[in-house]
Design a protein around this ligand. Structure first.
Ligand SMILES: [Zn+2]
Length: 633
């Protein structure tokens, strides 16, 4: 596997972002938490491109500005103050967050800086009310061991989390600013990862170290990965927002494959003799061809007096429908770019035709009008003249880049491991000092003190889980890879349930339930404690765990006892069990006649199956034996 990737020169680097579990946000005293339901107040801002000290303006930001994009910020009083609203300067840097970052740095052998300076990093998408994100380098040049190889950690930074996007209606983007200002640690590796598997191992190893500090937040969205991927002759692609560590390898596999396919397309275009000059911005108004069209999207646009514009892509026939990687095609990439730059719903292209109600006759006329040769493709768009023109400009530009290979861009990860175009890659990160926040000195005494009381490293934790709790290696590792180390320890110490049963429930059972769509995140630590308390005291059996968790996940505020009663999962009384045994003996008289006492095993199986763990096997055995003796004597 890794030889396959070394052949294509795969290189990857990771940026792991993890929210820290602090009492306050990074630059104010608000509680770091998210709110549900309707916001208590909102305010609107216009996106303005931020001019950095260097006078550079991001092309994408400038574009958004010209498009008149506005941002609607949603907020609640107890999660937001004037700082998040950019109405008041930031307060001093949160010392608790700095300390957690320094501890994590020391645990990755990174060297803390002497003085921590807060910087502003330009942000173009409105996810920050200020137009920039505050960030500071805390340590440099660490390393972690991945199966005997040293993976270099370039830097450890502390930064403020961004607002979370909650929607978009036309020119209005909605953000919720409760998340804005929650402290995030960012761990950046050097691009020295050479296979998807190694990337996954590295992501997990960094995750284990961060959780070993015992001071990071947990739950969906509290850890996010960005991945940088390139292959030889390809381009450096930045993929944002991989939500699960498990997905890291899949995203990299897909990206490597996508770049390889784009290089194949480049070679094919060369073979077809296509030149840059062949792809021109000759957009043709083809509205009249579609006056009677059965295509609903186009018919609707024409009714609104919007034109249909088309452009010929010389030499692209068949290439737009070519699969680049699982679920990704060049045609879709053109559409994503057209959507971004043209604000349009989508594009049509001849590789996918006839379809969507567009007829062969309409295509025929389209081909004639655009002087289309068999090797060519045509892309067409129905929208306002301005949007359609912007969209087709972006399409032709992207088609020209296909002659060179892979365009550098920022992509967004989808939950299935595919990616989509997000925006062009910004130039060198524009950073400038945040003068409102004084720097923090990191003294040798402070570092010595922190070093003397570092938390257990993942290797030490692993050893202890195996020794103290008698977990096997696999389960111990699963607990370390999960977010439930602390919960596991409390449950194992405070209930009488076996550590292995608890570990399986917190890892494999939760994973299976999550896959089945159960919102296991909603089950609180208190509910876990109650549930294992009931199991430990014999009120229900461990077999009830999946059903109880499923019930608790959808009953906020209920107790495990409520679940037990609602589901009828309490232990079966001796009296009831005796009735069951009598019943089984009566119904299986033939079997008992034939096998005598030898029928015990089969009868036992029937009762255990019916009871699904709500009885102790020993008790069933005892009663069954007695009754069987009586019946056969
Ligand atoms: Zn605040």
């Amino acid at each position: 596997m890794s030889t396959k990737y070394s052949k294509i020169g795969l290189k990857a680097g990771l940026e792991i972002h993890q929210q820290l579990d602090t009492r306050e946000k990074l630059f104010c005293s608000c509680e770091p938490k998210l709110f549900k339901g309707e916001p208590e107040f909102t305010f609107v801002r216009r996106l303005r491109p931020t001019q950095s000290e260097l006078g550079q303006v991001d092309s994408a930001a400038l574009f958004e500005f010209h498009k008149g994009t506005r941002i609607l910020y949603e907020a609640n009083n107890d999660t937001v103050c004037l700082v998040e609203m950019d109405e008041e300067p930031p307060h001093d840097l949160n010392k608790e967050a700095v300390e957690i970052c320094l501890i994590a740095s020391l645990m990755t052998k990174a060297k803390p800086v002497d003085e921590i300076h807060v910087m502003r990093k330009t942000v173009i998408d409105g996810s920050n009310t200020t137009g920039f994100q505050r960030t500071c380098v805390v340590a440099l040049n660490g390393e972690i061991d991945i199966k005997g190889k040293k993976v270099a950690i370039q830097q450890v930074s502390l930064e403020e989390d961004a607002a979370r996007k909650t929607g978009k209606d036309g020119q209005l983007i909605r953000y919720r600013i409760d998340r804005l200002g929650i402290p995030l640690i960012e761990v950046t590796t050097a691009p020295v990862i050479y296979s998807p598997e190694e990337a996954k191992e590295t992501a997990f190893a960094i995750g284990r170290i961060l959780r070993a500090t015992r001071r990071v937040r947990r739950g969906l969205g509290t850890i996010r990965q960005d991945v940088n991927v390139s292959i030889r002759d390809g381009a450096l692609i930045e993929i944002k927002g991989v939500q699960e560590l498990e997905l890291v390898s899949k995203v990299i596999e897909n990206e490597a494959q996508r770049q390889l396919s784009l290089l194949e397309i480049r070679d094919e275009l060369k073979k077809r003799g296509v030149k840059k000059e062949d792809i021109t911005e000759d957009f043709v108004d083809v509205t009249h061809i579609f006056k009677q069209t059965k295509c609903k999207v186009i018919a609707k646009a024409i009714k609104q007096n919007k034109p249909v514009l088309a452009v010929r892509l010389s030499g692209f026939a068949g290439l737009l429908k070519k699969q680049l990687a699982l679920g990704m095609r060049l045609g879709a990439e053109l559409a994503e770019i057209a959507r971004f730059w043209g604000r349009i719903g989508g594009i049509f292209h001849t590789d996918e035709m006839p379809a969507y109600g567009v007829t062969a006759e309409e295509l025929n006329q389209l081909g004639q009008l655009l002087k289309m040769e068999p090797q060519d493709a045509v892309v067409f768009v129905a929208d306002t003249l301005e949007n359609a023109t912007d969209a087709l400009k972006a399409v032709t530009e992207r088609a020209r880049v296909a002659l060179k290979g892979v365009p550098e861009e920022t992509r967004a990860a989808n939950p299935d491991g595919t990616t989509k175009y997000m925006r062009p890659r910004p130039g060198a990160t524009r950073m400038y000092p945040e003068t409102d926040v004084p720097p923090i000195q990191v003294t040798k005494e402070y570092l010595d003190d922190l070093s003397s009381r570092l938390p257990e490293l993942p290797e030490q934790l692993m050893k202890r889980l195996m020794e103290d709790f008698r977990l096997n290696r696999k389960l111990a590792k699963q607990i370390l890879n999960s977010e439930h180390l602390g919960l596991f320890e409390s449950l194992a110490r405070e209930t009488k349930v076996s550590s292995t049963v608890i570990a399986v429930a917190l890892t494999e059972t939760l994973k299976a339930l999550r896959r089945d769509g159960v919102n296991v995140e909603a089950v609180t630590d208190e509910q876990f404690m109650q549930m294992f308390g009931l199991i430990g005291s014999g009120k229900t059996a461990k077999e009830s765990i999946p059903e109880m968790l499923t019930w608790l996940a959808s009953h906020e505020g209920a107790t495990a006892n409520d679940a037990l009663e609602a589901l009828g999962l309490g232990m079966i009384s001796r009296k009831e069990l005796e009735r069951w045994v009598d019943d089984v003996i009566t119904r299986n008289s033939g079997l008992i006649e034939a096998r005598g006492k030898g029928a015990l095993g089969a009868l036992m199986g029937m009762i255990m199956k019916k009871a699904r763990g709500r009885v102790k096997a020993q008790l069933v055995n005892e009663i069954l034996k007695k009754r069987l003796d009586a019946a056969t004597s």
